[in-house]
Design a protein around this ligand. Structure first.
Ligand code: BES
Ligand code: MN
Ligand code: ZN
Length: 506
């Protein structure tokens, strides 16, 4: 598993666009004001074309809008893209990411190999702007070509250099810092997208465990992998129960990053079902292929820990990935079975397709062994989350107001926004069992909440947040910096949370 477009290079250069030779220049344009100085000078060279396009309404500088112009020798750039940012008063880092992603995609399609983005005059912090431009363009250009054998032309048609051009030499240092951060974070997001994009046969629990070990080697982390024998010793009946129908051996992956001195651990838990057939309660055939994305939580945790290490955050973090397939084999667990989990609590199975909460019950119990400052789990847990929130928000439930506020803030900053649902005690009625401590489904109503209610029984008194990414881990809709397919959601959110956490506890 590796990054196909890994050769892209991002430079920061001080200078004027008219002097810049490039396959494609990008000029950000605000909706409600005159174009900035660079645009005005370029416009002059083009005989007032840009002003005319805007005046006539051929180009409306709405967020995400792009317009291609061929300057035909009147400036050095081969192509020019106007990229709308909307109203200046509404500009956000997310809009900057979107504009960069859209413009980069557009110029790649047109055939550009090196592009130049005007990066001053946006009016946001220079470091954060550099980060957002790097993230937007790298993530917008993402594609997964590993299994294509007949697209050599497409593969060659790629952007290799991105130059961020500013006339403010004083901003260069900050921009460089931001670009570096943005490159690291994009690489980790691409890593997560690549993992999720792989076919299930090529990302079995064994392969994911090897990937975690490789990551640990590269970044000076420690990775330990428990096999079923060791899980049995620990009494992980939830994970083993789900794994019982699969020919692939399950793995429990523990990856630690320790650069936080005596600080308590942050426990990150990621659902890692490498394929969810539903088990004996088998899913319908339609869209079952998408259930390869059921390890997106685990991928997000690996991505976030990679970032923590690459950005040298002063923290202690443990990532826990319960990894297995959910399959209907002859030894599979069945509706009616009762599983005894590592915490000692028992769960009656009503539906083997509600397997995520079962493997998480053991992983959350394991997370408590670290006496962590906080536990955050991230999981493609329920279809009900898509019914409740659609694809524009991550479902958030948890026990700690401060922690929820930190996650919420990280969501606003990264554009991976979260929305809270309640965990009131009344909901717990729905998961009461006649013969065990609880049952694994709570019926159709409030499905996101009853799943989280079950999880909450395994986190003891530790501050905990659960993030449901079932509807957001995969997109069929092209988005400005999230092409169709695996989104890598959660990597940037968790990373921002970790960065803020490191900064606030200094
Ligand atoms: N992995 C699925 C949830 C999911 C749904 C992920 C859609 C991505 C897209 C999960 O294991 C599941 O099957 N949940 C069931 C729970 C139900 C049986 C209580 C669901 O949501 O239908
Ligand atoms: Mn399922
Ligand atoms: Zn699942």
């Amino acid at each position: 598993m590796h990054y196909e477009g890994g050769t892209m290079k991002i430079n920061i250069v001080a200078g004027k666009l008219e002097k810049q030779k490039t396959d494609g220049a990008v000029i950000p344009i605000f909706d409600d004001e005159k174009p900035g100085p660079a645009a005005v000078r370029v416009d002059k060279a083009l005989g007032g074309l840009i002003a005319r396009l805007i005046k006539r309404g051929d180009f409306k500088p709405k967020p995400g809008a792009v317009h291609l112009i061929y300057p035909e020798g009147r400036i050095l750039a081969e192509r020019l893209v106007l990229a709308g940012l909307g109203k200046r008063s509404d500009v956000t880092l997310n809009r900057v990411r979107q504009a960069a992603g859209k413009a980069a995609q557009y110029l790649r399609t047109a055939g550009a190999r090196d592009i130049t983005i005007i990066s001053d005059g946006i009016g946001l912090d220079a470091e954060e702007t550099g980060q957002a431009l790097a993230e937007g363009s790298v993530l917008g250009l993402y594609r997964f070509l590993k299994y294509k054998t007949n697209d050599e032309n497409d593969r060659k048609k790629n952007i290799q250099t991105i130059t961020l051009l500013t006339e403010l030499a004083s901003e260069i240092k900050a921009m460089q810092k931001g670009v570096k951060t943005g490159e690291v974070i994009s690489e980790s997001t691409v890593m997560a997208r690549d993992m999720v994009s792989h076919p299930p046969a090529d990302k079995t629990p064994t392969i994911i465990a090897a990937k975690a070990k490789e990551l640990a080697r590269q970044f000076g982390l420690t990775a330990r992998v428990l096999d079923s024998k060791q899980m049995e010793k620990l009494g992980m009946g939830g994970l083993l129960g789900v794994a019982s129908g699969s020919a692939q051996p399950p793995k429990f992956i523990i990856i630690e990053y320790r650069k936080g001195g005596s600080r308590p651990f942050i426990s990150l838990v990621g659902k890692t079902i490498t394929f969810d057939s539903g088990g004996i309660s088998i899913k319908p055939a339609e869209n079952m292929d998408k259930m390869k994305d059921d390890m997106s939580g685990g991928a997000a945790v690996l991505g976030a820990i990679r970032n923590a290490a690459a950005l040298k955050l002063p923290l202690n973090i443990v990532g826990l990935l319960p990894a297995t397939e959910n399959m209907p084999g002859g030894r599979a667990y069945k509706p009616g079975d009762v599983l005894r989990t590592m915490s000692g609590q028992t769960i009656e199975i009503l539906n083997t397709d509600a397997e995520g909460r079962l493997i998480l019950s053991d992983a959350l119990a394991y997370a408590c062994k670290y006496k962590p400052a906080v536990i955050v789990d991230i999981a493609t847990l329920t279809g009900a989350c898509g019914i409740a929130l659609g694809q524009e928000a991550i479902g958030m439930l948890g026990t700690d107001e401060k922690l929820k506020q930190k996650i919420r803030a990280a969501g606003e900053k990264t554009g991976e926004r979260v929305w809270e649902l309640p965990l009131w005690e009344e909901y717990y009625e729905q998961i009461k069992s006649d013969i065990a401590d609880m049952k694994n489904t709570g019926g159709r109503l409030g499905g996101v909440i009853t799943a989280a209610a079950l999880l909450s029984k395994f986190v003891q008194k530790y501050p905990w947040v659960h993030l449901d990414i079932a509807p957001t881990a995969w997109t069929e809709k092209e988005r400005p910096y999230t092409p169709k397919g695996a989104t890598g959601i959660g990597v940037r959110l968790l990373t921002q949370f970790l960065r803020d956490y490191a900064a606030s506890a200094k």
